[in-house]
Design a protein around this ligand. Sequence first.
Ligand SMILES: NC(=O)c1ccc[n+]([C@@H]2O[C@H](COP(=O)([O-])OP(=O)(O)OC[C@H]3O[C@@H](n4cnc5c(N)ncnc54)[C@H](OP(=O)(O)O)[C@@H]3O)[C@@H](O)[C@H]2O)c1
Length: 318
Amino acid sequence: MVCGSEEEFQIGNIPDLTGYVSIVTGGNAGIGYQTTLQLAKRGARVYIASRSKDRVDQAIAAMRKDEKGLDISFLKLDLQDLQSIKCTVEEFLSKETRLDILINNAGIMACPFELTKDGLEVQWQTCFLGHHALTMGLLPALSAAALYHNNKTRARIVNVSSDAGLLWGPKSINYDDPNLTDLTGRTAPWRRYGHCKQASIIIAKAITDRYRTKGITAYSLHPGIVQSNLQSHDNTILGTLSRAAMKISPTSSAVDGARTSLYCATSPRAIDSAGLYMVPFGKVDNRANKWLNDPKAVDKLWEYANNQLKNHGFPTEQ
Ligand SMILES: NC(=O)c1ccc[n+]([C@@H]2O[C@H](COP(=O)([O-])OP(=O)(O)OC[C@H]3O[C@@H](n4cnc5c(N)ncnc54)[C@H](OP(=O)(O)O)[C@@H]3O)[C@@H](O)[C@H]2O)c1
């Protein structure tokens, strides 16, 4: 059920962001491209955290054709390599003392089963655990932003999740087999995608519960259905059919796909929805409350995720 009778958030409602520092993961393509562009147009400094400098440089050049002087830079990030995420954090902290907005947007969908070098299923790591590692590493910078602005609502983390988390994943997180190794059949990659997106919804609540009093809040959202590179990963008949279906079904533009992220990241109104699951354009959707209203489910994922990071040599919870 979708709640909220107020007017839908528009790009024109993004406040002035001069002086704000932000990161958009996967900001070189699709929804992330527009998220980056709109933040930068409102005056924010934006780091595109992504894996290919060439692709990011091309994106920045295209954005500057739209508007000169945008303050956008590349930050190397490979979510499929946990150790390299420590370098991403170090690199960022060598340049900036605070981070106002972190948009965990990068993702892959319905890839064939594959383990990363960290031994995690590739979607689980890209969409969930890699982003959690990045978020935890950047918490000191997010805290610094909250202190800097002396504002309990300023430092925000936005997890770009998906309705797939509600529709395709298991009923709850599978802690016995988080890689969902045992799944078989053509739908298995899609169900793994749903699983990691479910986790990204729940972890936003866990972060908000723990850091809200320190001025940091987190949000999760479905951006809408947008034609992008995301649909290119499944080369089976199911992937071909879904791409064909996308071509004839109503889809949103990438800029509309970015609107709910931008709402969560910038709107003064969004603070009332901290920790919740949002849908276009900036509305709370109660369907995820079956997990979000269950403190045991939220705490369990928090503990699992931080234990995983600890096992991979990350500092323990701050
Ligand atoms: N499009 C939709 O209809 C839809 C619907 C629901 C949810 N979403 C979610 O929205 C988000 C954005 O999707 P999109 O449609 O804009 O997809 P997209 O066009 O495929 O863009 C994905 C971005 O993620 C980056 N990325 C992928 N793997 C990475 C890794 N290992 N490390 C760092 N960056 C990585 C990609 O970088 P490269 O350029 O290097 O590949 C690209 O910049 C995703 O989280 C997706 O799950 C999308």
